[in-house]
Structures are given as C-alpha cells and as structure tokens.
Design a binder for this molecule. Structure first.
Ligand code: 5RP
Length: 227
C-alpha cells in the first residue's frame, strides 16, 4: 500500500471531472484523495452523490455540493477505489464496507473510473477476502449457505463475519459483512451469480463489467488500464 500512489491516482481522476457534472464519490482512502482534489478544483455546478456516510462527511466538510441517488436519474462519472483490480477490470470492492451503495451508484453511472495504488493490480482475483453483505436477521444461517456456495467453487474456508474493536461491523444500511477467503476465484461471474441467489445476501464485492477505466498510481506517476 502506498499513500503517494493513491494520492496520484486520486488527483489524476479529479482532472477528468468537468463543471456541471453529476459525480459519484467512492469510499476509502484512495477515494478520499479524489474527493480532496475535486474540492480543490472548485468547479461550478457540480452535484456529488456519496457512496457512504464517511464520504458524505468528508465531501460536506470540503464544501462539495451533495445530492442523492433519489434526486438524480443518472450520474455522469463515478470515481472509486478497489481492493483488487483483475483482468478485464474485474474488481473486488467492499473492504470499507460500502459495497452496496457503491454498486448502486456505479450501476447508475454513465462512466466508472477506478483508482488504486499499484499493489491492487492482480492477475487472479481472490487473495483479498471477498466482502459479502448480508441482512443481519438470521445472518448465521445465511453464512452457512454462503459456505455451501463457496464449497461448490472449491473454496473450503468458510466466510468470516467481519468484526471490529467495537463488535460486529454494520454497514451504513445496517447489514453485516461476511469476508470470504477465496484464495483464487477461477470463475468470478459464476460465483457472483451463485452468491446473489442466496436469500439474505444483499450484495457481494465482485464488480464485473462495470469499470470503464482504471487509473493506477505508481512510483513515477500514473498508468491507465482499460478492460
Ligand atoms: C470501500 C471500497 C474501497 O474502495 C476499497 O476498500 C479500497 O479502499 P482503499 O482505497 O482505502 O484501499 O470498496 O467499500
């Protein structure tokens, strides 16, 4: 993890925003660099849709005008971080527990730009534990059904309920997160479909066919990737 690489990616992404745009604001430390760089540009008539309460707080503190997904029909450009950037710009997201709002915002966007430090680029997804957002009611039962699906995908480790110092992590929507230590995800599309079929699973962190471009911060500047 390199903070300067994240900063470079965030600042380069901010240059892609034009006055008057409706912009989706991602969540996480890389997205925070983007939010700061965007605010510094002082563009006129921006409207920003945050993907988490944390990002909303940051954007508000910097004077960026906020709106909601209920108030806009489409978003011009969303810029967000990722936990892994795989071949074809298939992503794992949700390390910051914002995957549901992130995916709703991404899917409402005409263009999605992922920003990351170079260590996030992988040849196979799955070393980073895959976040799966689950309704809190009966989550242990849902966790067992997730384990069955993972086992069908040759993933023997059961997913782990995400905990923090203050207990079970809750998302902004009040759900819980199971993190699946997949090791390697050989068929991300099939795993994505199978997880979505489980009652109680709200969303998973596989973002497939959603990113239009990646800006990767490096030690010398930035590199762009396309699917
Ligand atoms: C939050 C996310 C983040 O974009 C992802 O976890 C990357 O975070 P960071 O930029 O701090 O490494 O998906 O849900």
């Amino acid at each position: 993890m390199s903070d300067i690489q994240k900063q470079r990616a965030g600042e380069a992404a901010a240059l892609r925003v034009e006055a008057g745009m409706i912009v989706g604001l991602g969540t996480g430390s890389t997205a925070a660099w983007f939010v700061k760089a965007l605010a510094a540009r002082n563009l006129s008539n921006l409207r920003c849709v945050p993907t988490s309460e944390a990002t909303a707080d940051l954007a508000r503190s910097l004077g960026l005008p906020l709106t909601t997904l209920e108030d806009v029909s489409r978003i011009d450009l969303t810029v967000d971080g990722a936990d892994e950037v795989g071949p074809g710009l298939a992503l794992i997201k949700g390390g910051g527990a914002a995957l549901l709002r992130e995916k709703l915002v991404w899917e409402a966007s005409d263009r999605c730009l992922v920003i990351a430090d170079a260590a996030k680029v992988v040849t196979t997804l799955g070393a980073f534990p895959l976040p799966i957002e689950v309704v809190a009611f009966g989550h242990k039962t849902t966790g067992n059904r997730i384990a069955d699906v993972l086992s069908d995908h040759d993933i023997s480790q059961p997913a782990r309920l995400r905990q923090a110092d203050r207990g079970i992590v809750r998302t902004d929507g009040g759900n819980v997160i199971y993190d699946a230590r997949c090791g390697a995800i050989h068929d991300p599309a099939r795993l994505a479909d199978d997880l979505k079929l489980i009652t109680g699973v709200v969303e998973h962190g596989l973002f497939l066919d959603l990113a239009d471009e990646a800006i990767i911060g490096t030690d010398s500047g930035v590199e762009t990737l396309t699917p």
